[in-house]
Design a protein around this ligand. Structure first.
Ligand code: MSP
Length: 506
C-alpha cells in the first residue's frame, strides 16, 4: 500500500476552536478518507500548539497554569473532532514529551550537519504577539501589523537560524517542484517573499518562559514556530521510535491556512535542509472563512462556534456545507441564511429526497428486493461513467467544488429520470426495469460521497444492503450493484430544518 501522510496545522489552545479550525479539519478528513478509499496507507495527523507568549498571557488572564488551560481546550478539540467523525490517526500536543524529544533531535541534526547555522546574536525588531512573529519595519503602520494587531519592540539576545543561507536553495526547490506550494497564487506569494531577501531568523526567546528549553542554553526557550513546525516530525516518532517516521516521511500534504503558508514553505523547508531531512511534498494553502469582510478569528471576537453549526444542521451536513460553500483556496463569507438554503436545496431535496423516493419505490414495488439488472431508460449510466473520472481527478486536485458538482449531476439526472418515467405507475416488472439503473446511479453517488458525509453515506448504503467500510475503489463503476432483499427507505437522512430557525430557507 502506498503511504500517504497528511497533516493539519496544529491549533493554538488559548481559546476554543472556531469555524476556521473546523473547516481545516474537515478538508483534511475528506482527503484522508478519499485516500483510504483509493487504497493508500494513510496517516492523518492533527494536534495543538501549546507554547508561546500568547498562551502564557491567556492562562495568566484566566489565573490558571498554561498546561491547565491547554488540557481544557484540548478536551474541547477532541470532543468536537469526534462529533465530526474526523478520522485522524494521531493527535500531537507540543507539551508532550515525545515532541520535546523530536525538537531536541532536530537541533542535534542541524548542529551536527551545519554547525554554523545556529548562532547567538542580538535581535531587535517589531514583534506581533498575536501571531507570535517578528514583523518587518515596512509592514508596521501606526503601531500595528498588516493584520491590525498591536506590535511591540522586542530586543533580545537570541539564537538565530541562518535562513539567509537557504535563499537560493529554496528558490531552486520551488522551481524544480512546481507543486510544492499549492494553489499557484500561494506559490507566487512565497517566491516573491523569498526573492525579496531572507534575513536570519530568531529561534529562541528569553522573555517567554512557557516553551521548550533551548537545547544547550536553558535560559532561552525555543521560538514557538520552530517548536510548532517540528510537530510534523514528532507525530511520527522522530528522534524516538522512528519506524513510523521512516514509513510515512516525507509528508504528502501539509494542509494550512493561507496566513501561515510562509512559515511552512520557507522556514520549515530551510530547517529541514539544514538537518538533512527530506522536504514535504506539498504545502497546500486553503482560504479563510470571513465574518463580513474580516477573517474570522478569536482575537477579532467575530467567530462562529462549531457547536452552533452542528446543532443547527447536524455534523455530516455541517461538513458538507463547509466544503460546498467555499471554493478551495479562496475566501468565503459565512452566512447562516446561505447555509440554510444550501442545506434545503442540496441535502434535504436533491440528495435526501431522491434517495428516499427511489428506495421507497423499490420497497413498495419490488418488495425491497434488488430488481434484475437492466439498462433501463435514460442517460444515467452515461452520466455516472462521465462523472467517475471527473470526481477522481478533482479530488486529487483539491477541486472539491468540481467533485461535488459532478456528483450532483447524477442526483439531478436521477430526479429527472424518476419524474419522466414514473415507475410508481408501472407494474412490478416494468417498475423494476426502470428502478435498477436508478439504484445503481444512487449507489455510485453515495460511494463518492463517503469522504464528505461519512455517517450519512454509511446509513444510505446500508439501506441498499452495502457496508460502507467494505467499499473500495473497485466498487466505483457501473454494474456492480449487489443483490439484496432488504432495501429500506428509512427515515429522512437530512430532515427539513425547523421552520422557526430557518430564516431565509427555501
Ligand atoms: N499554531 C499555528 C499553526 C502552527 S502549524 C505548525 C496557528 N494556529 S491557529 O489556531 O491560529 O490556526 C490554525 C489553522 O486554522 C491555521 O491553518 C489557520 O490558517 C486556520 N484558520 C484560522 N482562522 C481561519 C479562518 N477564519 N478560516 C479558515 N481557516 C483559518 O496558526
Amino acid at each position: 500500500m502506498k503511504p500517504f501522510y497528511i497533516s493539519t496545522a496544529i491549533h493554538y489552545v488559548n481559546d476554543v476552536p472556531h469555524l476556521g479550525h473546523m473547516y481545516e479539519e474537515v478538508v483534511a478528513d475528506v482527503v484522508a478518507r478519499f485516500r483510504r478509499f483509493l487504497g493508500d496507507d494513510v496517516f492523518f495527523l492533527t494536534g495543538t500548539d501549546e507554547h508561546g507568549i500568547k498562551m502564557e498571557r491567556a492562562a495568566a488572564a484566566k489565573g490558571v497554569e498554561p498546561l491547565q488551560l491547554a488540557d481544557r481546550i484540548v478536551g474541547i478539540h477532541e470532543a468536537l473532532w469526534s462529533d465530526l467523525s474526523i478520522s485522524y490517526d494521531d493527535f500531537i500536543r507540543t507539551t508532550q514529551e515525545r515532541h520535546r524529544t523530536a525538537v531536541e533531535a532536530l537541533f542535534s541534526r542541524i548542529r551536527a550537519l551545519n554547525p554554523d547555522d545556529i548562532y547567538l546574536g542580538e535581535h531587535r525588531a517589531w514583534y506581533c504577539a498575536n501571531e507570535e512573529t517578528f514583523v518587518p519595519d515596512a509592514q508596521v503602520k501606526d503601531g500595528k501589523c498588516e493584520n491590525g494587531h498591536r506590535v511591540e519592540i522586542a530586543a533580545e539576545e537570541n539564537y538565530l537560524f541562518r535562513l539567509s543561507k537557504y535563499q537560493q536553495r529554496l528558490l531552486d526547490h520551488y522551481e524544480q517542484n512546481p507543486d510544492f506550494v499549492r494553489p499557484k497564487t500561494r506559490a507566487n506569494e512565497v517566491i516573491a517573499f523569498v526573492r525579496s531577501g531572507l534575513r536570519d531568523l530568531s529561534i529562541s526567546r528569553t522573555a517567554v518562559k512557557w516553551g521548550i528549553p533551548f537545547p544547550g542554553d536553558p535560559r532561552h526557550v525555543v521560538y514557538v514556530w520552530f517548536d510548532a513546525l517540528t510537530n510534523y516530525l514528532s507525530g511520527l516518532g522522530f528522534g524516538k521510535d522512528e519506524e513510523r517516521f521512516r514509513k510515512y516521511w516525507p509528508a504528502d500534504v501539509h494542509l494550512v491556512g493561507k496566513d501561515i503558508v510562509r512559515f511552512h514553505a520557507v522556514y520549515w523547508p530551510a530547517f529541514l535542509m539544514a538537518a538533512g531531512i527530506e522536504l514535504p511534498k506539498s504545502i497546500v494553502g486553503h482560504g479563510w472563512w470571513l465574518s463580513g469582510e474580516q477573517k474570522m478569528s478569536k482575537s477579532e471576537g467575530n467567530v462562529v462556534r462549531p457547536d452552533e453549526l452542528i446543532e443547527r444542521f447536524g455534523a455530516d451536513a455541517s461538513r458538507y456545507l463547509l466544503m460546498r460553500e467555499i471554493v478551495f483556496g479562496q475566501d468565503a463569507t459565512f452566512s447562516v441564511e446561505k447555509f440554510e438554503k444550501t442545506y434545503t436545496a442540496d441535502l434535504a431535496n436533491d440528495l435526501g429526497n431522491t434517495t428516499s423516493r427511489i428506495l421507497k419505490m423499490v420497497e413498495t414495488k419490488c418488495g425491497g428486493k434488488t430488481p434484475p439488472a437492466s439498462s433501463g431508460a435514460g442517460s444515467i449510466r452515461e452520466i455516472v461513467e462521465r462523472t467517475i473520472p471527473t470526481y477522481l481527478n478533482s479530488m486529487d486536485d483539491f477541486d472539491f467544488t468540481r467533485a461535488l458538482d459532478a456528483i450532483w449531476s447524477i442526483l439531478r439526472e436521477l430526479n429527472g429520470l424518476v419524474a419522466r418515467t414514473e415507475p410508481w405507475t408501472k407494474d412490478a416488472s416494468d417498475a423494476g426495469t426502470l428502478l435498477w439503473p436508478c439504484l445503481e446511479g444512487l449507489r455510485c453517488a453515495w460511494v463518492m460521497l463517503i469522504p464528505f458525509v461519512p455517517v450519512a453515506a454509511s446509513e444510505a448504503l446500508s439501506r441498499m444492503g452495502i457496508r460502507a467500510t467494505e467499499v473500495t475503489i473497485e466498487d466505483l463503476r457501473w454494474g456492480v450493484l449487489p443483490i439484496t432483499d432488504s432495501i429500506l427507505a428509512g427515515s429522512p437522512l437530512f430532515p427539513r430544518l425547523s421552520a422557526t430557525a430557518a430564516r431565509g430557507a427555501a
